[in-house]
Write a protein that binds this ligand. Structure first.
Ligand code: R7I
Ligand code: MG
Ligand code: MG
Length: 299
């Protein structure tokens, strides 16, 4: 089954909108104050952050050379790095090392010896499901691209949660069916435990409160404390307006831009571009042209 333009644009714009509209609410007082000063273009459009930048890098790298090449992608990530995009502290250091000529394999373990378990690989992984229709190929591509900056198994499995969920949403599986599929691939106990919580909430139709979401799933910058949260919020709001889902994410606080980017990309994939808010964000034309490039590439 070929992908529709609606699905491709929905996946990419759902992510960028979640990121740009969530960014003003990320972190504590200081981060919010800083984003107030630098978070919009001179025309007044909301800016997106590292989440969208790395997603664009990933797609543009593949479109440019016609396939996935980790070194090409690592260089692209490194050259796109700007502190103003709000990168995670460990990722910023890794990207500076790569730019200075260090191999990504050693740079990825230079900050945290087992590799980062942040959500930085997961936040850029959904779009891989647009490129790789075969599940096994998608798993390999997700794992490879995650390793460039996030070698820890929790970060890799967090990325798989997002890319595989996107894959199954493109196939129009229901959230409970997707959870069954995910549980078959995930090995990290802390992720399985959270998937079980989500399964309970979804199958009983219980709508968890922000306090329960924060307590049982999390709202942090690590993969385990944000990827399951994004899954739950998206899966419980697939038939609600995007704005309602965003409002719940903002109420949960914490890593708002990234949870909204991950939930947004799932929501946009399932519902399509036309259902997304009409808000114009930074570089709207660039996003449209990358989506068009993907459409041509996968046809
Ligand atoms: O994962 P990463 O790229 O961060 C992405 C987040 C998103 O919220 C973006 O929007 C941006 O704001 O940053 O960045 P990393 O620095 O790799 O990981 C994020 C955080 O997870 C780190 O700053 C650490 O607090 C924590 N972390 C770890 N802490 C201890 N030991 C990640 N890995 C480790 C670890 O091995
Ligand atoms: Mg960000
Ligand atoms: Mg974030």
């Amino acid at each position: 089954m070929s992908l529709s333009r609606e699905q491709i644009q929905g996946c990419l714009f759902g992510l960028a909108l979640g990121d740009a509209l969530g960014a003003p609410y990320e972190g504590g007082m200081l981060e919010r104050l800083l984003w107030k000063m630098i978070g919009s273009t001179k025309e007044g459009y909301a800016k997106w952050t590292d989440d969208t930048q790395m997603t664009l890098d990933l797609l543009e790298s593949i479109l440019e050379i016609g396939h996935l090449d980790e070194q090409h992608l690592a260089n692209k990530f490194a050259h796109s790095y700007r502190w103003r995009r709000g990168y995670g502290a460990g990722t910023a250091k890794i990207l500076k090392r790569i730019k200075a000529g260090e191999s990504f394999q050693t740079a990825a373990k230079a900050v945290y010896p087992n590799g980062s378990y942040g959500n930085g690989a997961a936040m850029r992984s959904s779009v891989l499901a647009l490129i790789y229709k075969d599940k096994q190929a998608l798993i390999e591509a997700t794992t490879k691209t995650a390793h460039i900056t996030h070698a820890h198994p929790l970060a890799v499995e967090g990325a798989l949660l997002i890319s595989l969920s996107t894959h199954f949403l493109l196939k129009q599986l229901s959230p409970p069916a997707i959870l069954v599929e995910l549980i078959a691939y995930i090995k990290q106990p802390s992720l399985i435990q959270r998937l079980d919580v989500i399964n309970d909430w979804l199958t009983t139709g219980y709508l968890a409160t922000p306090k329960e979401i924060i307590g049982l799933l999390g709202h942090g910058m690590t993969a385990e404390s944000s990827c399951p949260t994004a899954l739950y919020v998206a899966f419980s709001h697939l038939h609600q307006p995007f704005e309602q889902m965003l409002s719940l994410i903002i109420q949960c606080g914490g890593d708002v831009d990234t949870i909204a980017a991950m939930a947004g990309t799932l929501w946009g994939t399932a519902n399509g571009y036309k259902q997304l808010p009409k808000t114009i964000i930074e570089d709207y034309q660039r996003l449209l042209s990358v989506a068009e490039g993907v459409e041509k590439f996968v046809r």
